[in-house]
Design a protein around this ligand. Structure first.
Ligand SMILES: *Cc1c(COP(=O)(O)O)cnc(C)c1O
Length: 396
């Protein structure tokens, strides 16, 4: 009865742990949740006020499909200011979240037989968005010792006649690592040589630490800009996950196709949320830096705590709000009758026995790791670390 397409798609693999954590919470169990993928901050007041004004002014009707001019102007200004990139309004589309922009790109570009290069570990939606559009995800393994940056030679080797697109995500969910200018220059060279496109998911642009510079691959030159779709949004930078505003910029003909697709699916993103996004993009940046400072404190505390655990080794993440420790040295150990052989075994052990929820690395394509979100209070991080320490000590 269901389409072939529907049958290919799995529910978000983070669900097993997440559903269980929620069920435990509902039963009154005190679970420390390191599984979250959204800032624990509230949307800033000046953004909320803009939305309230929009409602009171009756700005509650359909808007142009790809977003109101005022918001496209604010997005264009943002690209100029932050990334040194010039885009005209017909090179920009506003969608219902960055995920929706990514989906529109997949619909506009991917087809049967197309190979989509995805450096692994990867964000969970990239492979499924390729599959939903009959394309084939092709994974390129990246390594901890390289800071999870894709090796240029590995990228070149993965290219075939069918390669259509490379998906980059910097700073990365789940690794928390970012690509530097040199890395991106090497990648851009290969992309141009093989005539493919890049999708650059830069949703964590504003959350970088230790003096890390965020570089957009599109900013490296005119030619690579013409081959790149930059995706960004307000969800992470302004704690606006529920408002559903994201955007993409790139070649005019692709943006036009995406807008046509959006016109036949969701139409415009919510009018009220668009006004809120204008306020966020044109407003003061102190909210973002306040949030970044707080994340930075938690990041250091969490990573130090993880590295103090025997058999756990965690790279210093310089972006986003995740730590991605290597836990593979724990595999083969036992606690009572329970044997830990995989990241899922470990995640389930920590959830059931230590009441700590986190996501197994296998969900992101690498079973040697777990993902710990620090978008939660310092108190929770302290409590969670204590519990993990105790649970790991019990392993033999
Ligand atoms: C959160 C996230 C998104 C999606 O953000 P929305 O704008 O809320 O749709 C996209 N990419 C990555 C890597 C993310 O972590």
């Amino acid at each position: 009865m269901l389409s072939e397409r529907a049958a290919k798609i799995k529910p978000s693999p983070t669900l097993a742990v997440d559903a269980k954590a929620k069920a435990m919470k509902a039963q009154g169990v005190d679970v420390v949740n390191f599984g979250v993928g959204e800032p624990d901050f509230d949307t800033p007041d000046y953004v909320k006020e803009a939305a309230i004004r929009a409602i009171q002014d009756g700005f509650t009707k359909y808007t142009p499909v790809g977003g109101i001019d005022e918001l496209k102007d604010a997005v264009a200004d943002k690209f100029r200011r932050d990334n040194g990139l010039e885009y005209a309004k017909d090179e920009i589309i506003v969608s219902c979240g960055a995920k929706h922009s990514l989906y529109n790109i997949a619909q506009a570009l991917f087809g049967p037989g197309d190979e989509i290069l995805i450096p692994s570990p990867y964000w969970v939606s990239y492979p499924d968005q390729a599959l939903l559009n009959d394309a084939t995800p092709v994974y390129i393994k990246t390594y901890e010792k390289d800071g999870f940056v894709v090796r240029p030679e590995a990228l070149a080797e993965a290219v075939t006649k069918k390669t259509k697109v490379l998906i980059l995500n910097s700073p990365s969910n789940p690794t928390g690592l970012a690509y530097n200018r040199r890395d991106l220059e090497a990648i851009a060279g290969i992309v141009l040589k093989h005539d493919m496109y890049v999708i650059s998911d830069e949703i964590y642009e504003k959350l970088v630490y230790d003096g890390t510079e965020h570089v957009s691959i599109a900013s490296l030159g005119r030619e690579i800009k013409e081959r790149t779709l930059v995706v960004n949004g307000l969800s992470k930078s302004h704690a606006m996950t529920g408002w559903r505003i994201g955007y993409a910029a790139g070649p005019k003909e692709i943006i036009k196709a995406m807008t046509n697709i959006q016109s036949q699916s969701t139409s415009n993103p919510a009018s009220i949320a668009q006004k809120a996004a204008v306020a966020a993009l044109t407003g003061p940046e102190d909210f973002v830096s306040l949030m970044r400072t707080e994340f930075d404190k938690r990041r250091k505390f969490l990573v130090d705590g993880l590295n103090a655990l025997k058999e756990v080794c965690c790279l210093n993440p310089t972006g986003a709000f995740y730590a991605f420790p290597n836990v593979s040295r724990l595999y083969g150990k036992k606690a009572g009758t329970r044997s830990i052989q995989s990241s899922l075994d470990l995640a389930l052990y920590l959830l059931e026995d230590a009441k700590v929820a986190l996501v197994h690395g296998d969900a992101f394509g690498d079973d040697n790791y777990i993902r710990i979100s620090y978008a939660t209070s310092m108190e929770n991080i302290r409590k969670g670390l204590d519990r993990i320490r105790e649970a790991l000590t019990a392993l033999q």
